[in-house]
Ligand binder design. Structure first.
Ligand code: NAD
Length: 307
């Protein structure tokens, strides 16, 4: 049941993450208008009481708070500058972008919106589709503190750790630093498993031992079993991490910071994608090591019949 005492919301981008997040908002009773370029993406949220809109402009025009959860910077820029957020949101409203995009582009959009009296918050998330489904996302927010205070009850419906981390763009900056740590950590786990395998140790036992000591990590715990089993399937996609690593390197260039570790692991993600791993989970980075160590079953030489 919609509670008309709650602020009117709009949600743009109902993909893997956005759909789950919007479902929680509808479930909490918020009046919710939704739009996605794929109409079918909105079906589940509409079934839960949200209003399907034919455009961004229609979705956001009465919203006190509009949220976007889109693939990358160009899509958010289109939604803000071309499709109607800037031209249609009311003065005094808040636009929250929860996608992972460029901090610099975020600041430029925020400045344009501020010119119309609209406050932008950048609020990227960590926790993936499971965190989104369980309303357990970690949300890092940059932008005006008073707008954050107004938006916080809405963010609390989708996440458990909600942190205001600074000025406009700071949320995206923290998120990109998070991604840098994740990617290099995945690479470290791959490298240890590749060396352990080549040396003939039992990898499951090695993982157990490492988890009990100072080499323990979230990636070793969560992705290690799939790497050991050669299961490249679902999870946070290689394509998405590559997109994030490119944003990290772009930000590093703008700030004149050398990131040799990030540069190396980005090249490995490019290699993974070139081998058709883009839709696989991040544990598929281990297949780069399969290929580098000659363990890739599809590339092993086929033995001629000797008889
Ligand atoms: P997704 O591709 O599943 O969903 C994006 C949705 O946006 C799609 O439904 C698409 O149709 C819609 N869309 C694209 N362009 C649009 C436009 N111009 N107007 C309206 N709708 C449009 O992506 P996702 O996995 O939900 O990720 C969204 C964001 O969240 C990305 O920035 C991603 O990096 C970030 N993120 C994803 C994960 C994850 O595990 N998937 C985790 C943390 C953060």
């Amino acid at each position: 049941m919609t509670n008309q005492d709650l602020p009117k919301l709009a949600f743009i981008g109902l993909g893997v993450m956005g759909r789950e997040m919007a479902l929680h908002l509808a479930g909490a009773g918020y009046p919710l208008s939704v739009f996605d370029i794929s109409s079918a993406a909105a079906d589940a949220v509409v079934a839960k009481g949200a209003t399907r809109c034919e455009s961004v402009a229609v979705a956001v025009k009465d919203a006190e708070i509009a949220i976007s959860m889109l693939p990358n910077t160009p899509q958010v820029d289109d939604v803000v500058n071309r499709d109607g957020v800037l031209a249609n949101m009311k003065s005094g409203s808040i636009f929250i972008d929860m996608s992972t995009i460029s901090p610099e582009a975020t600041r430029a959009m925020g400045a344009a919106l501020a010119g119309q009296g609209i406050t932008m918050l950048d609020a990227p998330v960590s926790g993936g589709p499971i965190g989104a489904k369980n309303a357990a996302l970690s949300i890092m927010v940059g932008g005006d503190r008073a707008a954050f205070d107004r938006a916080e009850p809405v963010l609390r419906v989708m996440g458990t750790t909600i942190s205001h981390v600074g000025a406009p763009g700071a949320g995206q900056t923290v998120k990109l630093c998070n991604q840098l740590v994740c990617a290099i950590n995945i690479q470290a786990v791959c490298e240890a498993l590749a060396l352990g395998r080549a040396s003939g140790v039992d990898l499951s036992q090695m993982r157990d031992v490492l988890l009990g000591g100072s080499a323990s990590s979230w990636m070793l715990e969560k992705l290690g079993p799939a790497m050991i089993a050669g299961d490249a399937g679902a999870g946070f996609r290689i394509d998405l991490m590559l997109k994030d690593l490119r944003l990290v390197l772009e930000m590093a260039g703008q700030n004149d910071v050398a990131l040799p570790g990030t540069s190396l692991v980005t090249a490995q993600y490019v290699e993974a994608r070139a081998h058709g791993e883009g839709s696989n989970g991040n544990q598929a980075l281990f297949r780069v090591y399969d290929r580098m160590t000659g363990q890739d079953a599809s590339r092993l030489p086929v033995m001629e019949n000797q008889s």
